[in-house]
Design a protein around this ligand. Structure first.
Ligand code: HEC
Ligand code: HEC
Ligand code: HEC
Length: 239
């Protein structure tokens, strides 16, 4: 275009050319906005307990009912067994007690762990166990397994600033009036998850040898625990 033509067509030609140029940033802007909104939506959804089993039916389906069990009522464990009082499972107890704890309040995710789990899920390279209800779960994890990706101590799964902001010594004090205080490391330290179970009835392991070890409501004895584990074993040997 010459300067002359520019002047004549100025009103139409110039803005048209400019519009063409400016579409790109708009398109990119819209795409970015959509991705951000979708991403934020995904992230919010990802934080909902229902996300875990909506995407990964196997092996996550069995965990949601444990979490949703009503406290002070009978509930169901991840293996499909009845739990006489759901308070004995940490997941529903913390959902009710600890300000709506979600799966991710306890299972604090790291990106690398999620990518790893996602890959295992897609390729199907993970171990599963059959349950009473015909669902499948993964073998029980220890606290060490659960914090491995975060590089923290097993105890810090429970004993941390956002959850139980206390030491093992504080805990011993807190339950000092319990008969055969289960938090005293009389025979060496136990993992919290040896007794406290999140997705099945908790077990007082001291009862294996001490008849006076208290079994709170809904909890089970070491003998009942052995029986439950045997049942699960035979279910999986038969399959
Ligand atoms: C109060 C903390 C807490 C909450 C809330 C919680 N979990 Fe867990 N989760 C644990 C602990 C502790 C274990 C280790 C095994 C156990 O103690 O039962 C575990 C184990 C697991 C495992 C490993 C397999 C196994 O059986 O050990 C999966 C999968 C899992 N939880 C999924 C979930 C899902 C899904 C939710 C939400 C619907 C959830 N968890 C909510 C604490 C929690
Ligand atoms: C040998 C079994 C056992 C071990 C191991 C164990 N606990 Fe406990 N814990 C119990 C029992 C039993 C109770 C009483 C539960 C009830 O009355 O409902 C209890 C109660 C608690 C309470 C409630 C205390 C209160 O103020 O009433 C907390 C918190 C707790 N345990 C945290 C932990 C943590 C954290 C660990 C690991 C550092 C742990 N426990 C290890 C058996 C155990
Ligand atoms: C494998 C069996 C066994 C288990 C499990 C066991 N104990 Fe013991 N415990 C014993 C024996 C045997 C003695 C008596 C001999 C001794 O003092 O070591 C004892 C003694 C004790 C004593 C001192 C003596 C007494 O009877 O008062 C305490 C306290 C104690 N245990 C607490 C616990 C607690 C708490 C747990 C669970 C965290 C536990 N024990 C788990 C076998 C066990």
């Amino acid at each position: 275009m010459t300067e002359e033509e520019n002047k004549v067509d100025g009103q139409t030609a110039e803005p048209a050319a400019q519009k063409k140029k400016k579409k790109w940033p708009i398109v990119v802007g819209v795409v970015v906005a959509v991705l951000v909104v979708a991403g934020a939506g995904f992230w919010v959804w990802h934080e909902q307990p229902s996300f875990c089993n909506a995407i990964c039916h196997t092996p996550m389906d069995a965990y949601l009912p444990t979490y949703e069990s009503e406290i002070n009522q009978p509930g169901v464990d991840k293996w499909g067994n009845e739990v006489s009082n759901s308070n004995a499972m940490l997941a529903p107890l913390h959902r009710a007690a600890a300000d709506n704890a979600t799966c991710l309040t306890c299972h604090v995710p790291t990106l690398s762990e999620q990518i790893g789990e996602g890959m295992s899920w897609i390729t199907g390279s993970y171990e599963v166990l059959n349950t009473q209800t015909g669902q499948q779960v993964v073998p029980e994890k220890s606290l060490e397994d659960l914090v491995a990706a975060r590089g923290i101590e097993a105890d810090q799964f429970c004993l941390n600033e956002s959850c139980h902001n206390m030491t093992r010594d504080d805990l011993i004090q807190a339950t000092a009036d319990m008969e055969r205080n289960p938090h005293v490391p009389q025979h060496g330290e136990n993992q919290c998850s040896d007794c406290h179970k999140a997705h099945r009835a908790s077990v007082n392991m001291c009862s294996q040898c001490h008849n006076d070890a208290p079994i709170p409501e809904g909890w089970i004895s070491a003998a009942d625990n052995t029986a439950l584990e045997k049942e699960l074993d035979s279910l999986n040997k038969a399959a």
